[in-house]
Design a protein around this ligand. Structure first.
Ligand code: NAD
Length: 461
């Protein structure tokens, strides 16, 4: 295959970085302001692109993508002075007088590869972090959200110098060619399958990576939970963006004595959100493309649909669907659903929940709905997941204070807020030693100063 040559683009960004343009705090702040301006000036255009790709309503478009990017930039602008400040550390006594500190240096030229489900958040959220930390970036939007990718490619050159920020559109061939370049940092959001390809490419140059991947997020509903609130929040998290959210609750494990009541509350919540015919609701989205529609439509047969189950291929519509009588071995329990279908299975003990979570790939998020704090503590202390929510789900990526990211099969590295800044930063230890004092005991021949040398070793950390 004939791959495009991205070497000139990367070389231009590297020269810009090496020449020091990206280091001044003033420059970084102007780039963050440019992100804010782009998402404010073109708010309606960008919401329109999300409508065309995902039939996303304006409130959710703003929450997860358009407003989100402007807010993440504003948060970085408020905190960047504190983030970049070198931190002073104590100097070990035997090396006094001296100055020990940690500088926050940029890594260099970064590649940011996005997924299609939150097309702006997943490119410009990492971009905030890259620019705040003084890096350049090449953005590769997902080719699946075609209108959003085109909008990013059209608008970025209006707000950024291409030596600092550039967009490369394309699919597998273009991404493969980009990955063949030498980067100082690769930030990838997508599936674990492609995450492995990215990680292998990065290894060729020992390039650090953040991998923001997906997986099945187990959602536990204990008998002590407030079932009505739990059902409402789970329905919101599962059916937002027609279920195409990496942090959506993937399946529910509910205690058998409250299962029927919980499912009834789910039904009530879905009706209250989207009406009796969700296809007519202005708030309910669509599946992004035909490939994902076909994949999801086939999963509905994995159980009995007690809510929803209807599909319309012409609109890529799949009704908000709740499945019961789902076998653990069915197709839907083997892969990340990433669509508006929610299997509800019964589970009857904390130890079974722990076994369930620990015997599967580590999830991006784990959700526990319970009022019994012993149940919550027991589950949290014996399981592993990127993040956790208790009595809520799906929304923690909106908090810039929380580190966001997976663990194990759901990814590596964290971002958002200061965590993103650090992901794009080399914490560079600096020791500046005064030359005024230079005790000879440090140097060979060691035999000359036996006792003093032993004391020095004890005083050295
Ligand atoms: P994907 O892995 O198919 O694609 C992601 C990106 O990789 C796209 O830009 C695509 O062009 C590129 N790509 C695809 N195949 C490639 C290949 N062979 N070589 C090189 N590049 C390739 O993922 P997707 O379908 O866009 O997104 C869905 C997945 O992303 C789900 O698993 C979801 O959970 C996950 N996700 C994770 C997060 C998170 O923050 N952890 C957020 C959103 C989505």
């Amino acid at each position: 295959m004939n791959f495009p040559d991205y070497a000139p683009l990367v070389a231009a960004q590297r020269a810009f970085f090496v020449d020091g343009h990206t280091r001044p705090i003033g420059w970084r702040k102007r780039q963050l302001e440019a992100i804010q301006a782009m998402f404010t000036d073109h708010h309606d255009d960008l919401c329109d692109a999300l409508w065309k790709d995902l039939r996303r309503n304006v409130i959710d478009a703003d929450l997860m993508d358009v407003g989100y990017c402007a807010r993440e930039a504003a948060y970085a602008l408020r905190h960047i002075d504190a983030w970049v400040k070198p931190t002073a550390e104590p100097t070990p006594m035997v090396f006094e007088p001296g100055d020990v500190r940690v500088n926050r240096d940029p890594l260099g030229v970064s590649l940011i590869i996005g997924a299609w489900n939150e097309p702006f958040m997943l490119l410009f959220g990492p971009l905030v972090a890259a620019l705040a930390a003084g890096n350049t970036a090449v953005l590769k939007p997902s080719e699946v959200a075609t209108n959003c990718a085109a909008a990013a490619a059209r608008l970025v050159p209006k707000y950024f110098d291409p030596r600092a920020v550039a967009v490369v559109e394309g699919g597998v061939p273009e991404t493969t060619a980009l990955l063949a370049q030498q980067w100082d940092m690769i930030f990838f959001t997508g599936s674990p399958r492609v995450g492995k390809i990215v990680h292998q490419a990065a290894a060729q140059n020992l390039t650090p990576c953040v991998l923001e991947l997906g997986g099945k997020n187990p959602t536990i509903v204990h008998s002590s939970a407030d079932l009505e609130v739990a059902a409402r929040r789970i329905a919101y998290g599962r059916f937002l963006n027609a279920g195409q959210i990496c942090t959506a609750p993937d399946h529910v494990l509910v205690w058998p004595d409250v299962k029927d009541e919980f499912v009834q509350h789910l039904d009530d919540a879905i009706r209250a959100f989207y009406g009796d015919d969700p296809q007519q609701s202005p708030d309910y989205g669509r599946v992004v493309d035909r490939r994902n529609f076909d994949r999801l439509a086939a999963l509905i047969d994995s159980g009995k649909a007690v809510v929803g189950g209807q599909t319309d291929v012409d609109e890529r519509y799949i009704a908000p669907t709740v499945l019961v009588d789902v076998s653990e071995d069915s197709l839907i329990m083997k892969e990340e659903i990433f669509g508006p279908i929610l299997p509800v299975l019964a589970i009857d003990s904390v130890s079974s929940v722990i076994r369930w979570v620990n015997s599967r790939p580590s999830p991006l998020s784990l959700y526990v709905f319970a009022e019994d704090s012993q149940v919550i503590d027991a589950i949290l202390s014996a399981t592993r997941s990127g993040d956790v929510e208790i009595n809520d789900c799906a929304i923690h990526p909106l908090f810039p204070e929380l580190p966001f990211g997976g663990v194990g099969n759901s990814g590596m590295g964290k971002y958002h807020g200061k965590w993103g800044f650090e992901a794009f930063t080399n914490a560079r230890g600096v020791f500046h030693h005064s030359t005024r004092v230079d005790p000879r005991v440090r140097y060979p021949p060691y035999a000359r100063h036996g006792l003093e040398r032993a004391m020095l070793n004890r005083l050295t950390p």
